[in-house]
Design a protein around this ligand. Sequence first.
Ligand code: ADP
Ligand code: MG
Length: 247
Amino acid sequence: MSNTDFVLAIEDLTVSFDGFKAVDALTLYVDRNELRVVIGPNGAGKTTVLDLICGKTKSTSGSIKFKNRELTTLSEHEIVRAGVGRKFQTPSIYENLSVYQNLEVSYPKGRGVWGSLLFKSTDDVVNSVHRVAKEIMLEEHLDMEAALLSHGQKQWLEIGMLLMQDPELLMLDEPVAGMSAKERDQTADLLNRICKNRSVVVIEHDMEFVKKIAHKVTVLHQGKILAEGTMDNVQKDEKVIEVYLGH
Ligand code: ADP
Ligand code: MG
């Protein structure tokens, strides 16, 4: 396909595990500054789509373009460096480091022309840590050991670690699972703020939460798109009610 304005353009993407197509000829486009939510029953292939985008799983066929650059041939590291951040279902923070240190170690260190590490000035790092800590509502807890944070705060910290890299595409797999109602609301506000400067793809089951954040919803079923559109339209869709929302 020719160049597009989409941040993410997935076309005819298939991955087959021993003949079973977990993702089956999927075509999906995400705009700049769009917050897309992917829903669907367990086993629909939602997590596998994120695995394919971030290079953890290699596709069988098809194309994934990020800002018109083909990702299917890149390594996981190259995809991160291209500007794609991905959060897994379980938080992977450093429990014995402080909030500050967790953010600090996530600051990207570029490599200079002579192969030596090009350290950014201390001010840049400190400013970024404070800006991100404020964004993720942990400014008051910078010195706290990460192990002592609530489950929700740990999820926010991991989002913050990704924000330190300033990704243009951020992908989150079930970010509010296990959160309190208040934390879910705060996470919705957080995601609504961070998609102002980047595109965000979220997998989530909590429909109240999805309503608060989704610009558009994609419903996945058996590796294919069952429906796509606004939350209102998708909720009224007979097929969606039958395979997912009705249960
Ligand atoms: P979802 O996130 O929508 O619940 P997944 O993407 O995790 O679904 O899984 C989709 C299907 O693909 C499931 O049937 C799962 O068992 C299968 N699957 C996922 N990853 C692999 C793998 N690496 N090898 C074999 N089967 C897999
Ligand atoms: Mg999943």
